[in-house]
Design a protein. Sequence first.
Length: 283
Amino acid sequence: MKSVQYPTRLPCGNRVLDLAQPHVMGILNVTPDSFSDGGCFNARDAALRHAAEMVAAGATLIDVGGESTRPGARPVSPTEELERVAPVVEAIARELDVVISLDTSTPAVMREGARLGAGMINDVRALRRDGALDAAADTGLAVCLMHMLGEPGSMQQDPRYQDVVREVGEFLAERMQACLAAGVPEDRIVLDPGFGFAKTLAHNLSLFKHMEALHQLGRPLLVGVSRKSMIGQALGREVHQRLSGSLALAALAVAKGACILRVHDVAETVDAVRMIAAVQAAE
């Protein structure tokens, strides 16, 4: 396993994550059109049941999203997103002992989600929407900043880089500085390389191979590759056939020092993480 020296304490609202060991974040899309599980958990009770199953399987974070960010996804209004997300966040906060992550770029969702009990803001746009930086700072929550060029609807239209690893690192460094200037403390910042967002297969593979270079930014890394098209393209697998590829990348991400794995298949990923930890703990 890659040894990375980070502060192990990540404040997340009224909870604290110890990053001395990797954590598994379960994906909960309350959308009709997400690429893997769109429409499965729209209703509050179904979403709460799935969240409870993921927590029982070992997830220590649940990432609740009300706006699909798959390529070509349609935008949703702040009101529609809030109507999807708020009841689910409120129910999870009431019923489950878990850090709730808000997969959102919308300031109103950040503020209301924080009020209802969320502990992290996970923004694919790295707080670049108008008002998002101030909203995130005002909540006092942890934030995850992800790299993406453009918008989800058009991000896969011929993305280009001279040096994908360097350019992703420069983007994340700039967004970190913007957060610090807005009043978000450094100890609450997590970084996501943004696999699958405005990147070709070659970009994704190169970025994953050289992920360790991002540790120079000095903050924990969140990696989300579960069931993504990079696996389908590399292995020739449809979405429902990508578990093996997802687990291989999850294990490799842990070996490269990732602290949080954002996944659909929680039980299987937790087993992989525990197996790695068992080997690492052996004499």
